[in-house]
Structure formats: structure tokens, C-alpha cells
Design a protein around this ligand. Sequence first.
Ligand code: MG
Length: 286
Amino acid sequence: MTVMLGLEPLQVGLMFWTGGDLGVEAPPAEIATSVSSLGVSCGQLGVHGECPLDDATANRWKAVLDEHGLTVVTVVMCFSGEDYASIPICAQTVGYVPPSTRHEREIRTYAVSDFARTLGVPGLAAHIGFVPADPLDAEYAAMVALMRRICDHCQTNGQTFAMETGQESPQEMLDFIAAVNRPNLRVNFDPANMVLYGSGAPLEALDALRDHVLTVHCKDGTWPEVAGEWGRETPLGDGDVGMDQFVAKLREIGYTGPLTIEREIVGEEQRADIRRAIDLLTALRG
Ligand code: MG
């Protein structure tokens, strides 16, 4: 695995958003200032579903990222209409799986890919949705065909496309990646999602997916108390992932990309948790 974009191996980074439900409603300059004031210089930029993708917006983002020396390794997408209220609602609304929004989200993805190209970002990532477990399901073939088109569009922009983990078991993800059969289809491994969705033990999952992992989220959480319901996201180090073992496992598999902190709450509590997470990961990476 090569070191990404001139970053240090295991450089601590941050997942931050253009605005919307998962972040602050603020102009790019304010968001970039807020991120760099935490002391990080790399991360993943989340583009919410309502974010304009015109050239002026892209150029504004490029200017503020350059100004703050922030290296973005991935543009992460979410889509208008996605709802994470419960796992069943998530399955009905998230990613490319819901047929009623599949086409518009495919078109939006191409626009986000082009937006990321303007920013000079070499990869996209998203929750693609709950891919059917049965490869004989007609929707499975539709998802394979869709992911091939998306990967091929990303390829024309010199980009990877990383599937976020959590909504499938590791084996289902491996089978899907093999079915799509595109070299630029990769994985953004989020260990907390494996726990929160109850999709599999995170370290074993990381081992299974090791050849496909491009980037990771450093997020934590506790297992669901009731099967089929969400677990609970926690500050990094307080959940069931085991951050020391996670970082040790990343080293073992030869991962050299950034450690991108993701904390899916907002406000001052989020900033306090991020500061603690930076300290924890800085200590663990040594
Ligand atoms: Mg994540």
C-alpha cells in the first residue's frame, strides 16, 4: 500500500462536512478554519445531498482547503432523503439500493465525482445501501451494473470509489466487490459501523477485507442491545471497537493511510470528543 498524497503514514485526520444535518451550516472558509483549528491537516470532506456542486462552489472549497493546507483524501457523499432513524428505515432510504431514487443518485454521484476532480481529490466514498444478500435477487444484478458504471465514471476522473462498511457482512462485501470486478472499487473501513449495525466483529472484518481497504474511519460504539436495532455511537476509546487493537491491526495489514476521526454528533461536545480522539490516536500511532 502506498502512502497517500504525501501524508505521513497513519496521519490523524478528520471527517468534516459541507454542512447539513451532520455538520455546521457554515461557509467553506468557516468550516476549514474550524477543522484546522483542531490541529489536523488532512481528512475526508463529506458532501451533503443539498450541497451545490457548481464550479464556483468547488473553486471556493479548493481555495480554502489550499489556504489552510488541508489535504482531502476522499469526498464522502450522502444523499437527500436518506434517513438513519432505525436500521429498517436506513435500509429503505440509504444509498443506491432504493429503486425510486437510484437514478437521480447515480447522476448526483457523477456530479460529485466531477466536483472532487476540481478539488483534486482522488477518491469518492459512500454508504451504497443494503445490497441484497442473495446474488440471485434481481436488485443485486442492478446494483452490480450500477457500481460498474459509477466506478467507470470515477476512473475517467482518476478516482477510486470506496464502499463504507457496516451494511453488509464482510463476506457479502467481498462477494459484491468480486461481482463488480472493478480495480478502483475499494473499502472505507469503519470499525464502529460493524458494531453499530451488528454486522461482524470489527477486527476480523478488517482482516477479511484487508486487500480492499483504502481508507478508514476511527469511530467507536457499543453493540446493539436488541438484535436489529442500532448500537450506540460513543466517543473514541469508550466503545467496543478497541482502538489500540484496531490501530495495531492496521499496522499488521500494512495500512499506511490516514486515521480519519468520525464523530457523528454536532456542536461543542463533538469538538471536545474530537480533541480527545486526536490525543488518543496520536498516542497510539506513536
Ligand atoms: Mg463512517
